[in-house]
Every structure is written in C-alpha cells, then in structure tokens.
Design a protein around this ligand. Structure first.
Ligand SMILES: *[C@@H]1O[C@H](CO)[C@@H](O)[C@H](O)[C@H]1NC(C)=O
Ligand SMILES: *[C@@H]1O[C@H](CO)[C@@H](O)[C@H](O)[C@H]1NC(C)=O
Ligand SMILES: *[C@@H]1O[C@H](CO)[C@@H](O)[C@H](O)[C@H]1NC(C)=O
Ligand SMILES: *[C@@H]1O[C@H](CO)[C@@H](O)[C@H](O)[C@H]1NC(C)=O
Ligand SMILES: *[C@@H]1O[C@H](CO)[C@@H](O)[C@H](O)[C@H]1NC(C)=O
Ligand SMILES: *[C@@H]1O[C@H](CO)[C@@H](O)[C@H](O)[C@H]1NC(C)=O
Ligand SMILES: *[C@@H]1O[C@H](CO)[C@@H](O)[C@H](O)[C@H]1NC(C)=O
Ligand SMILES: *[C@@H]1O[C@H](CO)[C@@H](O)[C@H](O)[C@H]1NC(C)=O
Ligand SMILES: *[C@@H]1O[C@H](CO)[C@@H](O)[C@H](O)[C@H]1NC(C)=O
Ligand SMILES: *[C@@H]1O[C@H](CO)[C@@H](O)[C@H](O)[C@H]1NC(C)=O
Ligand SMILES: *[C@@H]1O[C@H](CO)[C@@H](O)[C@H](O)[C@H]1NC(C)=O
Ligand SMILES: *[C@@H]1O[C@H](CO)[C@@H](O)[C@H](O)[C@H]1NC(C)=O
Length: 371
C-alpha cells in the first residue's frame, strides 16, 4: 500500500536544551569578522569654539584664516553663531567665497542648509557643526572639489537623498550626532577610500547602512568609531526583531550571512538570524534559520551558513535526505522541514548524528514507503 503522506513530529526539548548550550560555546569561538575600525579618517578644517571671533571688537561673526601664504587657495573661514538673518552679511565680511577653500561654521541655526547655492562650489572642506540645522536640501554642483564634509551635531532630521551624489572627491563624511533616519546616497565610485561617521546618529535605519557594507565591486566604506555606532532596525526590517538598536557590528554579521546563504543559478534561499546574542566581552552567539522552501530544487543545498540550526526545504522536488546524515554543513541542524517533496525513503537517517540531536523533523506529504 502506498502511503500518501507521512508525518513525524517529535520534540525532544529536554535533550536539546543542553545540547544547544554546548553548541553555542563551541561555535562562538569559530566565528569572527574582519571589521575595519580605527581613527584614521581625515579631519575637515576645524576650529574650537575658543577661536570664535569676538564680534564686539571685529564687528563680524566670521574671520578669515590664512593657512598657506602665496596660495590663493590657502584661505579658510571660521564663523560662529550664524542664523538665517545674519548668514549672508557675516559671510561676506570675509570676502567669502572668493579665494576661500575651507570653512567651518559653528552653531548655525537654520531650517534649511541649501547645498545647491553657488557659494559652496569651490570648497575643499566644509564643516557646519554644533548647531541646529533641520534639513540639508538641494544638490552640490558638478565638479565641487569637496573632500571632507562635516555635518556633525546639528540635530539634522533630513539630508535629501541626492544632495551628495555629485561629490565625486568626497572621502570623509561626518554625520555623527544627528537625528537622521535615512542615509543620503553616496558617490562611492572611482574606488576611493571612504570614511563615514554615523556614531551618535542612532535613528539611522540599519537597512540604509547595510546596503553600503560589503558592496561588491566597490571599495569598502570605513566606519569611524564603529564600536560606538548603533542603528535602528525598523519593524519592517525583519532581520532583528528582538532589538530596536543594533550595533553596527551585527549589521556586518548580517552582511556576511547573506554571502554564505545558499544560492544557485535559478534559486536563492533566505537566511536569517534566529538568535543573535551579544554578551559584552564575549564573541557573539549565532543561530541561523535557512529557508529554501518552494524554489524548485531537487537536491538539498550543498553548503549552508555556519551555525544553521533550522532548514526549511518544503514545497520542492527533493528525493533524498542523504546530506542530512553525511554533509558536515548539516551538523548543527535541529529542525528540519521537508513537507511536500518527493522523498521516498529515510533509511539513510538511521543511526545518523541528526537523529541523535534533532528537535523537529517534518516530512508530511512525501512518498515515504518504508521506515
Ligand atoms: C573595537 O572593538 C574591538 C573588539 O570588540 C577591539 O578589538 C577594537 O580595538 C575596538 N576598536 C576601537 C577603535 O575601539
Ligand atoms: C566634525 O565635527 C565634530 C563636532 O564638532 C568633531 O568632533 C569631529 O571631529 C569633526 N569631524 C571631522 C571629520 O572633522
Ligand atoms: C584672490 O587671489 C588672487 C590671486 O592671489 C588675487 O588677485 C585676488 O585679489 C584675490 N581675491 C580676493 C577677493 O581676495
Ligand atoms: C548659538 O547661537 C545662538 C544665536 O544664533 C546663541 O543665542 C547661542 O548662545 C549660541 N550658542 C553658543 C553655545 O554659543
Ligand atoms: C537652493 O538654492 C538654489 C540655487 O541658489 C535655488 O534654485 C533653490 O530654489 C534653493 N532651494 C531651496 C530649498 O531653498
Ligand atoms: C534629536 O535626538 C536627540 C537625542 O536622541 C533628542 O534629545 C532630540 O530631542 C532630537 N531632536 C530632534 C529635533 O528630533
Ligand atoms: C536614493 O538614491 C539611490 C541612488 O540614486 C537610490 O538607489 C535609492 O533608491 C534612493 N533612495 C530613496 C529613498 O529615494
Ligand atoms: C565581504 O564579502 C566577502 C565575500 O563576498 C566575505 O568573504 C568577507 O568576509 C565580507 N567582509 C565583511 C567585512 O563582511
Ligand atoms: C521574530 O518574531 C517572530 C514572530 O513574532 C518570531 O517567531 C521569531 O522567532 C522572531 N525572530 C527573532 C530573531 O527573534
Ligand atoms: C516552511 O516553508 C513553507 C513554505 O514557505 C511555510 O508554509 C512553512 O510555514 C515553513 N515552515 C516553517 C516551520 O517555517
Ligand atoms: C516537481 O517536478 C515536476 C515535474 O518536473 C514539476 O511539474 C513540479 O512543478 C515540480 N514541483 C516543485 C514544487 O518544484
Ligand atoms: C519522484 O520520485 C520518483 C521516484 O521515487 C521519480 O520516479 C519521479 O520522477 C520523481 N518526481 C519528480 C517530480 O522528481
């Protein structure tokens, strides 16, 4: 008699609990990442607040600073406490933008900082920090030679997506200590080094950052103060649903996980963290779920990410479960779902390591005749 469906769902939770603690300890030491962090980023032209001009004696909130004599491009400007009313007049008392390549504006209070304006067109370094600027709007002009842009500590809530896309020479971007939720598009072409500081901007969506981690074909983005950087995992981004604030390091792991996720020419599995525990001072503990359901595969994937504990291959045309007993990538699997396949025998599983350790095996709607 042909059996139309067959189901085994066996739970051995007591046995698994102790097995898992062991697994975690042993796998945690084998997982490492090559995070880049350091303090190597180039500083923008920057002056302390003690250097601010004394308006009572000079009559201007800005002052010109000569960095290199006999060089028309060797001039800088420092401005302090600007607002929408005095912005124009104070800048012009230094002759800005003529022959000025560097500027630092401290404590500016503006609703909008418009980067389309022609006066920003020749700057090598632009720092507008420690103030209150709600939004950066417009787009820097073509050929703007800015290498370093510092918008730190302004409670910024928005930088328009395309504002920085023409800054083809930008290598340092400091967006730290702001209230941004979206990272503007970055021009990372030309394979140049790129430093980004988003520490203290905890509102930034991890998803936006994730797109810049390990982008193939382009130079890596270096995150300054990576250890202190966290981002927000929105509820619609399902990778980390336990925490809202995710350390940047974990976003890196996620990126690594995606590169290890099984894929073929016409199919691709989905990989997710089931658990991701970081205990201070210890390497993180990972447990990965892999979902290869309904992608028309006829064999189990040959490779799985490290620490895969659950695999779902339901709704495929898989005929054999050999990998489950003899492929080392399947060693950590505790839950295996292969409903709606074409499996006719599970004899091979007898005496395998999998049968000793598993918590859940589901083989409903297959063609199993013998057991
Ligand atoms: C970041 O943390 C790692 C280990 O957690 C440490 O080795 C590294 O030195 C730290 N980097 C900085 C810049 O603090
Ligand atoms: C940007 O400005 C902040 C705040 O004043 C400062 O701490 C930081 O070092 C500056 N960053 C760069 C890249 O110059
Ligand atoms: C800019 O520099 C050039 C060359 O040194 C000089 O002739 C010119 O007067 C300068 N312009 C201003 C506004 O200082
Ligand atoms: C910042 O500028 C505003 C005026 O725009 C001024 O009232 C305030 O005292 C300044 N803050 C600092 C720290 O200088
Ligand atoms: C920004 O400046 C450009 C050029 O001066 C102007 O055309 C544009 O309307 C300004 N945008 C905003 C939002 O003020
Ligand atoms: C920006 O974020 C800081 C710190 O999280 C918060 O105290 C402040 O109210 C926020 N400001 C705005 C304008 O959202
Ligand atoms: C921002 O710009 C990039 C590159 O042009 C684009 O891929 C991305 O979808 C844009 N994001 C938004 C929110 O418009
Ligand atoms: C970047 O991706 C490559 C594979 O494409 C991987 O070997 C490497 O470890 C990844 N690096 C980081 C930092 O995620
Ligand atoms: C995410 O939430 C879902 C449903 O609330 C739950 O089944 C799943 O285990 C959670 N994943 C993680 C990584 O916590
Ligand atoms: C396995 O995948 C199928 C098809 O996507 C889904 O219906 C089922 O709920 C999954 N099983 C588990 C345990 O996640
Ligand atoms: C299984 O294979 C049959 C015949 O090749 C095909 O018609 C069917 O769509 C496949 N089913 C799945 C779930 O891949
Ligand atoms: C299902 O398995 C049987 C043998 O057990 C085989 O004859 C048949 O071609 C398989 N069907 C598919 C769609 O792979």
């Amino acid at each position: 008699m042909k059996m139309e469906w067959f189901a085994i769902i066996i739970c051995l939770y007591a046995g698994v609990a102790s097995a898992r603690t062991e697994e975690d300890q042993q796998t945690s030491s084998s997982t490492s990442i090559s995070g880049i962090s350091g303090g190597l980023l180039e500083q923008c032209f920057y002056q302390e607040s003690s250097e601010c001009p004394d308006v009572k004696t000079t009559g201007c909130s800005c002052k010109k600073i000569t960095l290199a004599h006999n060089n028309p491009e060797g001039n800088a400007v420092l401005c302090c406490n600007l607002n929408i009313q005095n912005f124009e007049s104070e800048l012009s008392c230094t002759g800005f933008p003529s022959n000025i390549s560097y500027i630092h504006i401290r404590n500016a209070t503006l609703d909008v900082f418009n980067v389309s304006e022609i006066r920003w067109r020749r700057l090598k370094s632009l720092a507008i920090t420690d103030g209150r600027i709600k939004r950066v709007k417009g787009q820097f002009r073509m050929m703007t030679p800015t290498i370093c842009l510092n918008l730190s500590n302004n409670a910024l809530i928005e930088v328009e997506n395309n504002s920085l896309t023409r800054l083809a020479q930008l290598t340092t971007l400091d967006l730290s200590y702001n209230n941004l939720t979206h990272l503007p598009a970055l021009n990372t072409m030309n394979g140049r080094e790129f430093w980004l500081d988003i520490s203290g901007t905890n509102t930034l969506w991890c998803h936006d950052i994730y797109q810049y981690i390990n982008k193939t074909g382009e130079k890596q983005i270096n995150f300054n103060r990576e250890n202190e950087t966290v981002c927000s995992a929105s509820k619609t981004w399902h990778w980390f649903n336990t925490t809202e604030q995710v350390p940047l390091k974990q976003v890196r792991y996620l990126s690594l996980l995606q590169t290890e996720c099984p894929k073929g020419d016409a199919w691709q599995c989905q990989c997710n963290f089931r658990r991701f525990d970081i205990v201070e001072g210890k390497p993180p503990t990972l447990a990965v779920n892999v979902d290869c359901s309904g992608i028309q595969i006829t064999e189990l994937p040959e490779k799985l990410p490290r620490n895969t504990i659950a695999l779902n291959v339901s709704y495929n045309n898989i005929t054999t479960l050999d990998d489950l007993s003899n492929n080392p990538c399947y060693e950590d699997i505790r839950e295996f779902y292969a409903d709606y396949n074409n499996i006719s025998s599970i004899n091979k599983l007898e005496g395998s390591k999998f049968l000793d350790n598993y918590a859940l095996l589901s083989l409903r709607y297959n063609k199993i005749k013998s057991f």
